[in-house]
Design a protein around this ligand. Structure first.
Ligand SMILES: Cc1ncc(COP(=O)(O)O)c(C=O)c1O
Length: 358
């Protein structure tokens, strides 16, 4: 796997002689509570379903998603993770020139490059806490002819998040397609920050949602895209494989989106723990901590006492993996990112950081 992603636990466990489960993975931004027990038990008790093809129209799954994110079933495309939707949307609209808000998740750039698209990066700045003024972004967009604007919301790795109102201001001021990756949206107040309701109004908006992070299901590869533009929706769908969502992913999806108790428990604990981690990290004078609306927090070792890579190496024997963020364009060797894990694990991380920074 590319070095541009969270930890490759397969590789690390071979290298260090630990099992994959021994590690506390603060690098992959995955909900530490695992997936919905209701969904897991259903799969275990009905495992013979693997001998049946999934419903090619995924009617039950789409209805479950529709009631979960209050969106129209007809505006939905299912994908094998957010990854397949990022890739197929970009391939379908085949942009010539795109604005990429940076630093951001690296796959957008890879997909744009695959399609020979010219990329103009709009950098959010550390000295502005990586906040972005939509008016300044619009000025940049209007300086040239772009066919696509890519926004990761909340942004991985900075944690900055546009409100739905701000996304709407951007949409009103451009004819370019706007792709909003909402992989981490469940860690925000979705009424304020999610753009999913805007797809009914704006033909140039594509909202992508995954399940890997919040529902802790990266292994089943399930994501969905929301789009009101029928031509683009049909063109994306035409190029997707029949049965692109396997029966375990589709069945789990039908159940987990409706598991309200699981959803509210995860939101409650993770948001409390994000506050705990933010405050505890802020306490270290060596660090600058950036406020995040995701389940991860970006930090800079402002004292330059140690690089992020050295810090990562010092923590691995303690079975802690953090994300060294040097590979993100716009960040340097002193940036690292940690995600929120369970309460005891977060305290273990802080105790170990104390040994380095105090
Ligand atoms: C912003 C963002 N989008 C998409 C993905 C990939 O998601 P999926 O597993 O749903 O393909 C990631 C994974 O780290 C991510 O951080």
């Amino acid at each position: 796997m590319s070095v541009n992603h969270g930890a490759n636990l397969y590789d690390l466990s071979n290298k260090y002689g630990f099992t994959k489960d021994d590690f506390l993975d603060f690098s992959s931004n995955i909900n530490p509570f695992g997936t919905s027990t209701l969904a897991k038990e259903y799969v275990i008790n009905n495992i013979n379903m693997v001998s049946v093809y999934p419903d090619p129209d995924y009617i039950n799954l789409k209805e479950s998603i529709s009631s979960y994110c209050k969106c129209n079933v007809n505006n939905m495309i299912l994908g094998s993770g957010a990854t397949e939707l990022i890739s197929s949307f970009i391939a379908t609209i085949n942009p010539k020139k795109a604005v990429l808000i940076s630093p951001a998740y690296s796959e957008y750039e890879r997909e744009l490059e695959k399609n020979n698209c010219e990329i103009i990066k709009y950098f959010s700045k550390a000295n502005n806490n990586f906040q972005i003024d939509p008016v300044d972004l619009i000025d940049c967009i209007n300086e040239d002819e772009f066919d696509l604007i890519i926004i990761c919301n909340p942004n991985n790795p900075t944690g900055f998040t546009f409100s739905k109102y701000e996304i709407e201001v951007i949409l009103k001021n451009t004819n370019a397609f706007v792709m909003v990756d909402e992989t981490y949206i469940e860690f925000t107040n979705t009424d304020i920050y999610s753009s999913s309701s805007l797809v009914d109004t704006y033909d140039n908006l594509f909202v992508i949602r995954g399940t890997s992070k919040f529902f802790s299901t990266p292994g089943i590869r399930l994501g969905y895209g929301l789009i009101g533009n029928n031509d683009i929706k049909n063109n994306i769908s035409k190029n997707l494989d029949l049965w692109n969502i396997n029966i375990i992913a589709s069945t789990m999806g039908e159940i987990m989106f409706k598991d309200r108790e699981y959803i509210s428990h995860c939101v409650d604990v993770i948001l409390k723990e994000r506050d705990y981690l933010t405050q505890s990290l802020t306490f270290f004078e060596d660090l600058k901590v950036f406020e995040s609306k995701g389940n991860f927090i970006l930090c800079k070792i402002k004292s330059k006492k140690i690089t992020a890579n050295e810090l990562r190496s010092r923590l691995i024997p303690k079975k802690i993996i953090i994300r060294d963020c040097e590979s993100f364009d716009g960040l340097d060797e002193y940036y690292f990112r940690v995600c929120v894990l369970k309460p005891d694990d977060n305290r273990y991380l802080i105790d170990n950081l104390r040994q380095v920074f105090i």
